[in-house]
Design a protein. Structure first.
Length: 274
């Protein structure tokens, strides 16, 4: 086979199997270093933004049926890396003047405490931080490229390694987890994280608390403009026991209406760390 025929064969294979000639998928630990570095930059930028957070909590009975639903809406912002939510509605009803006055006083107190707290102590607890805790305790498999919300994304599966030696509660819990991670290839940000407990996880030998098999968490982040990525949703199903009380709940969180602080918001809640 001459060189022309060889090149023609290679080109035909690339056309038939697009990913066959794609750039190699990077090692996940190397990728996570870039993700963490980007997350620190995002922590700085997001201090200048606010957004609307809607949280729906569903209390469940033993059969998984919803017995109570509570919905809260908050204007959310960050001070020194700490997320602070100002309650504006509960179950669709705006706060009355007395409730609003009390909430504003509470928020001002939280802001004052956050402004006196070292910023580094509040950072690194987002999806990138969670993945950093999970990674040493799991086995990674099935690296691949996928399209997620129209963007090229690097996806990995993981499952807890029972033989890994955890140093704390978070790492030991990770050994009972499995799931998938999606990294945005262009921006090196966590686009989606899915986690589920494939086995029960006991704290204090089960005397203090336990998280039951089947508990799940799904987190998504997305670009909102100006190079900033923010968490857009967080859905959790928790089946746990704390001391002697069983706890079953679904929690659905949606973040929308991302924008920079304006004068009206600053007058209501005080300067965000300025």
């Amino acid at each position: 086979m001459n060189i022309e025929s060889l090149m023609a064969t290679v080109m035909s294979l690339c056309l038939a199997i697009p990913f066959a000639c794609a750039q190699a998928i990077p090692d996940i630990e190397t990728l996570l270093k870039d993700v963490r570095a980007n997350q620190h930059k995002m922590d700085e930028i997001r201090e200048d933004y606010t957004f609307h957070r809607t949280m729906t909590e569903e209390d469940l009975d033993e059969k998984g049926a919803v017995v109570k639903t509570t919905t809260t809406e908050r204007e959310f912002f960050f001070v020194n890396g700490r997320g602070i939510g100002r309650l504006v509605k509960k179950n669709g009803v705006p706060l009355n003047p007395q409730e609003e006055k009390k909430e504003d006083a509470r928020v001002r107190g939280v802001v004052e405490i956050a402004m006196k707290t070292a910023p580094k102590a509040r950072r690194g607890r987002g999806p990138a931080g969670l993945i950093g805790e999970i990674l040493p305790m799991v086995k990674i498999s099935n690296p691949r490229r996928v399209s997620f919300h129209g963007r090229s994304t690097l996806a990995f599966d993981f499952t807890g390694d029972p033989r890994a030696k955890g140093k704390g509660t978070e790492e030991n819990a990770a050994k009972k987890m499995a799931g998938e991670i999606w990294f945005d290839e262009a921006d090196h940000q966590v686009a989606r994280l899915e986690v589920h407990f494939y086995d029960n996880f006991r704290i204090g030998g089960g005397l203090l608390a336990s998280v039951q098999k089947g508990s799940t968490m799904e987190v998504e982040q997305g670009p909102i403009g100006g190079g900033l990525w923010m968490q857009t949703s967080n859905d959790q199903h928790v089946n746990a026991r704390i001391v002697v009380r069983n706890f079953r709940q679904n929690v659905h969180t949606k973040n929308t209406d991302f924008k920079k602080f304006n004068v009206e918001i600053l007058q209501q809640i005080g300067p965000p760390g300025k």
